[in-house]
Design a protein around this ligand. Sequence first.
Ligand SMILES: [Fe+2]
Length: 334
Amino acid sequence: MITLLSHLSYVALTTPDVEASVDFYVDQVGMTVVGRDDHGVYLRCWGDYYSYSLVIVAGEEVSLDSMAWRTTSAEALEAAVGRVEAAGAAGEWFDAYGIGRAYRFVGPWGHTMVLHWEATHHRYTDGDLASSFPDRPQRRSKIAGAPRQLDHVTICASDVDAFAQWYNDVLGFRLMARTVLEQAPISVFSVLTTNEKSHDLGVVLDGSTRPGRVNHFAFWYDTREEMLIAADLLMESGVQIEYGPTIHGIGEQSFLYYREPSTMRIELNTGGYRNYVPDWEAPTWVTSQGSFDIYRNTTMPLSLSESFPPADGPTATEEGVPEEIRAQLLKGKV
Ligand SMILES: [Fe+2]
């Protein structure tokens, strides 16, 4: 298979209060609104290479509307769509805002994925947002702690290994690492990538009956110092940091989690390794090895198991987590 996908290009989220979220992303995160239409509000980080990386969409619940991936070429887009449809996940072509022709399908675990080759290479050439550096699409945000760009998205699936295998088989996502429970070979987390990053798509086990849920999405910083300034400013602004700053074992990024006004979880990321190995064999971690927190000395808050939209259904626990995993979460082991 040729390499089909190049990277994550945008994440679209729904919320009942669009303006509250948009104001937060502008004032606290330092993003810029680049457009609005009937679908949503389009925002960009100062370092995003295309027009936008985040779309805020009106909806009854907080949820993942879609996640978009740019292919490596026009031919790769056609090949990717052919493989998706051959795998039984037929979708539709549409005209994406600021992008052009794009293909949208719903994957086997209920997540809407957009594939596109066309893209607008963004660059402010004059005015307050123009950068003095030739390779920057926009001058650095005047908001301290503003991230450079979108980094990854982490979704929920009822079968982590099967999800990873499907997206590997159909679209060529590389499986980079997985985490299993201590007592049983049950996969609770996996990371996949379309490029040399440790991951741009994460998968957490979902014990609920709701398809297409999302756990968080993440922004990127060049340095840990910038991320720590963002952490300081969150505290100064009265925004609770849900977990961190600390370091993931898998990927070795420094990170922290917090929530925006809709309650959607945002992760801030920096550092970590690059992996260029085309035939990488994904290692398996057990939770006690520090796959989530490399220092192994903290208890993960149970709130981190909350995903979006809320879990429901007869087999779901209150937080949508299987009892076995819930017990480990309470011990801070996952
Ligand atoms: Fe993450």
